[in-house]
Design a protein around this ligand. Structure first.
Ligand SMILES: Cc1cc2nc3c(=O)[nH]c(=O)nc-3n(C[C@H](O)[C@H](O)[C@H](O)COP(=O)(O)OP(=O)(O)OC[C@H]3O[C@@H](n4cnc5c(N)ncnc54)[C@H](O)[C@@H]3O)c2cc1C
Length: 379
C-alpha cells in the first residue's frame, strides 16, 4: 500500500493546476458577479481532452481513472467552484450513466458528444415533489404506438441549458413503485421540451441550474437507457460516482479557503504582530489543514475502490459527507480569519462560503448520506 499518485496522475495534476491558476481563477469573481456560464473554459477543457476524461477512448474519452477525475474536479473547484460543478456534473451525471448503462449505439450517438464537449452533460432526476425521496417521481412516460410520450417537470438540473440531450427519469409503470421508473435519453430541442434558467441562487452563480418542463415530448422506444424499470437503480449507482465528484469539489473549495486564510494570517498585523503568531489563529489553520488532508484521502480512497471495481457506496457517501462539512467549516473560518474584510467580496472567501453551501445538499443531503452510511455499516 502507498499513497503516491502515479506519474500520469502527477502530470495531470500539474497541468490542470496551472490551467486552473492561469485560465480559470482570473475570471472567477467576474463570472460569479455576472452569472456567466464558463462555456469558454469548457471548450478549452475539450481541447485538453478532459471532457471525456474517464470514458473509453473508443468513444472519444481519455480512458483515465476516477482518481484523475477527482484531481481535475478539485483543481477546477479550487479556482472556481461554478466551473468545478459544471465539470463534475458533466462527467459524473451526464457521461457516467451512458458509459455504465448505454448500448453501443447510444454511446456512439451520445457519449461521443460528451467526450468532445459538443454537449455538456446533465441528468434530470429531482422534481418539485421528489428530491431526497426520488422514488416519488411523478414525470410519466406512456408507451403509445411504439413511442414514449413524456409529461412532467424536473427542478434544479445542472447544465441543461448547454446540453443537446440528457437522461431523465420517468414513471413507465405506476403499478411497480421504484421498479416502474425508467431513464430515457431526451434531446433538449424535442418539441414540447422547455429548459428554464431563472433560479436566483445563494452561490455557484456561474453554474447553470434549470427547470425542465416536458409537455407531450415524444421519444422512440430505443431512447430507454439500459432496460425499462431500471432507472431508480441506475441513478443510485450514478449518484455513488457523483459523490466522489462533490467530495473532490469540496476539497478544492476548502483548499482555496485555507490558502487565502494562511496568506492573510501571515500578512495582517494586529497587536504588533502578524495574525499567524496568535495561537487561536494557528489552531484554526492547523484544524483546516488536517481536515482537508483527511477529506482528500477519503475522496481518493472512494475513487480508488471504484477504479478497482469494488463496492464504494459507503466510502463515497463518507467522503462526500465529511468533505462537504469541512468545506463549510473551512470557508467559515477563512472569513473569520479575514475579519471584516472577509465579509467583503474583494477577498473571495465570501464566494467560497456561498459556493460551499450547495455541497451539503446536492447529490444526497448530509441527512440522506448519514442514512446511506448507517444502512451500509449495519449490513
Ligand atoms: C444548485 C443545485 C444543483 C442541483 N443539480 C441537480 C442535478 O443536476 N440533477 C438532479 O436531479 N438534481 C439536482 N439537484 C437537486 C438536489 O439533488 C436536491 O436538491 C437534493 O437531493 C435534496 O432534495 P430536495 O431539495 O427536494 O430536498 P428534500 O428532499 O425535500 O429535503 C429537505 C430536507 O429534509 C431532509 N430529509 C429528507 N428526507 C429525510 C429523511 N428521510 N430523514 C431525515 N431528513 C430528511 C433533507 O436532508 C433536507 O435537509 C441540484 C440542487 C441544487 C440546489
Amino acid at each position: 500500500m502507498h499513497f503516491d499518485l502515479t506519474s500520469e496522475q502527477k502530470m495531470l495534476q500539474k497541468m490542470i493546476r496551472e490551467f486552473a491558476d492561469e485560465v480559470v481563477a482570473p475570471g472567477a469573481e467576474q463570472r460569479d458577479k455576472e452569472k456567466r456560464f464558463p462555456i469558454e473554459i469548457m471548450k478549452q477543457l475539450g481541447e485538453l481532452e478532459l471532457m471525456g476524461l474517464p470514458f473509453p477512448e473508443e468513444f472519444g474519452g481519455a480512458g483515465a481513472d476516477t482518481i484523475s477525475f477527482a484531481i481535475v474536479t478539485e483543481e477546477l473547484s479550487r479556482a472556481c467552484a461554478s466551473t468545478g460543478i459544471t465539470y463534475s456534473a458533466h462527467i459524473s451525471l451526464g457521461g457516467a450513466p451512458l458509459h455504465l448503462f448505454g448500448t453501443k449505439q447510444q454511446k456512439e450517438a451520445y457519449l461521443t458528444k460528451i467526450c468532445s464537449g459538443e454537449s455538456i452533460g446533465a441528468f434530470g432526476l429531482t422534481e418539485p415533489q421528489a428530491g431526497s425521496d426520488a422514488g416519488g417521481t411523478k414525470t410519466q412516460a406512456v408507451l403509445q404506438n411504439g413511442q414514449y410520450v413524456i409529461n412532467g417537470s424536473k427542478c434544479f438540473i445542472t447544465n441543461a441549458s448547454y446540453a443537446t440531450f440528457l437522461a431523465l427519469t420517468a414513471v413507465t409503470d405506476k403499478t411497480k413503485g421504484t421498479k416502474g421508473i425508467t431513464a430515457l435519453l431526451v434531446p433538449t430541442d424535442a418539441p414540447g421540451f422547455k429548459v428554464v434558467d431563472r433560479y436566483e441562487k445563494l452561490g455557484l452563480h456561474a453554474s447553470n441550474t434549470t427547470e425542465l418542463v416536458l409537455e407531450d415530448v415524444v421519444v422512440p422506444q430505443e431512447a430507454i437507457l439500459g432496460k425499462e424499470g431500471e432507472g431508480f437503480k441506475q441513478f443510485l449507482i450514478t449518484l455513488d460516482g457523483g459523490r466522489i465528484g462533490i467530495g473532490a469539489m469540496s476539497v478544492g473549495i476548502a483548499q482555496a479557503a485555507f490558502n487565502r486564510a494562511l496568506q492573510y494570517a501571515k500578512e495582517r498585523k494586529a497587536f504588533g504582530s502578524s495574525l499567524s503568531h496568535f495561537q487561536m489563529i494557528q489552531q484554526k489553520l492547523a484544524d483546516m489543514a488536517t481536515q482537508i488532508e483527511l477529506a482528500r484521502t477519503l475522496v481518493y480512497k472512494a475513487a480508488w475502490l471504484k477504479d478497482q471495481g469494488r463496492k464504494f457506496t459507503q466510502e463515497a457517501a463518507m467522503a462526500k459527507l465529511y468533505a462537504s462539512e469541512i468545506a463549510m467549516s473551512a470557508t467559515h473560518q477563512a472569513i473569520q480569519i479575514h475579519g471584516g474584510y472577509g465579509y467583503m467580496k474583494d477577498y473571495q472567501v465570501e464566494r467560497y462560503f456561498r459556493d460551499a453551501r450547495l455541497l451539503e445538499i446536492g447529490e444526497g443531503t448530509s441527512e440522506i448520506l448519514r442514512m446511506v452510511i448507517a444502512r451500509e455499516i449495519s449490513k
